[in-house]
Design a protein around this ligand. Structure first.
Ligand code: PSU
Ligand code: MN
Length: 315
């Protein structure tokens, strides 16, 4: 392991990731919250290992992020992935939580928001995730908006996802992205996907069919704006997608329970995802695993395209 001090933050980049970064190789940052809390054990460990394999097969180095024993880590060993996969009670760290976890020497798993911030610090440009957080339904009253959204406005990264979770208010989420100046690019699709489902029925503002063009858009966006993410969306493969009406019914029932049981704050997302999974007899978590592999594939290919463009730009 190579220690890279950055201000007061203890940040450790795994050797393979550090080598790829210094050689101009492709690196893909991955979140760990979904491993600890998004899927049940042992499927979560199997999926996390498959995500890493998928990344390597596409020619990129996986850089899963977490905070372990008070150190921000970029690139985990299989043993560390196993520790995370078998510890469902590890704290979920969004951007507000990382400093406190570091100060206490703690361990926790990173949401997409924290993963983007860490990737940006470590010099990793491409991040992939299955489903982004967004504006929750009823946010007009609860103010529940995932920290994933404002963080997209700050980190200079390309994020690949299967859209935002269907449990959210997706039209409001797209409005937020527009307000925050985040380009949303549908890769080989005209529709904003809805995580378990191929389409939200809402169009994306830009469609692109070629990853090299996505990299050119990101570079021009940063030349123009200097910060903020570019969001690339790619839908779940049709064979793994869940029917929209079935998921909608499960979500409506789950939302009623969230209100009745007064679930709030960080627990809302997990509660809703678990409820939809129970209502679909586990098909939602199988779709979640499938969509992670699909977004990882596109994420790793994007990392390869980014590294190739950076290589060409070198004198
Ligand atoms: N997608 C999943 N399962 C998850 C998440 C996404 O299939 O657990 C997580 C991601 O880590 C995302 C987070 O960043 O949910 C958003 O949570 P919140 O809505 O509390 O910001
Ligand atoms: Mn929230």
């Amino acid at each position: 392991m190579q220690g890279i001090p950055k201000g007061a933050i203890r940040l450790q980049v795994g050797e393979e990731v550090a080598d790829a970064l210094s050689d101009g190789g492709a690196v893909l940052a991955l979140e760990s919250n979904v491993v600890a809390q998004g899927l049940p054990y042992p499927e979560n460990l199997g999926t996390a290992l498959r995500v890493e394999e998928t990344t390597r097969a596409a020619g990129a180095v996986p850089a899963t992020t977490a905070v372990i024993d008070g150190v921000v880590r970029v690139g985990l060993t299989d043993g560390e992935l196993e520790r995370i996969a078998t510890s469902p009670t590890l704290p979920k760290l969004s951007t507000r939580d990382v400093g406190a976890c570091l100060a206490r020497g703690g361990t926790g798993v990173t949401t997409i928001a924290a993963t983007m911030a860490i990737a940006d610090l470590a010099g990793v440009t491409v991040v992939s995730s299955a489903g982004l957080g967004g504006v929750h339904r009823g946010a007009g009253v609860t103010f529940d908006v995932s920290a994933d959204l404002p963080q997209l406005g700050r980190s200079r990264v390309i994020v690949v996802s299967a859209g935002a979770k269907k449990i959210l208010d997706l039209p409001a989420t797209l409005e937020y992205l527009e307000t925050a100046g985040i380009p949303v690019i549908g890769f080989r699709s005209d529709d904003f996907p809805a995580f378990y489902c191929s389409s939200s029925g809402l169009p994306v503002p830009h469609r692109v069919d070629d990853l090299a063009e996505i990299v050119r858009i990101a570079e021009n966006h940063w030349a123009f704006r200097d910060s903020g993410a570019v969001l690339v969306t790619h839908p779940i493969p049709d064979s793994d997608a869940l029917p929209s009406d079935e998921v909608d019914a499960a979500i409506d029932a789950a939302l009623d329970r969230v209100a009745a049981e007064r679930i709030s704050g960080q627990r809302v997302t997990r509660y809703l995802l678990d409820a939809v999974d129970a209502a679909t007899q586990g098909r939602a978590s199988r779709a979640n695993a499938a969509v992670l592999i699909s977004t990882t594939t596109i994420g790793a290919q994007t990392a390869v395209a980014y590294a190739a463009a950076a290589e060409q730009a070198r004198p």
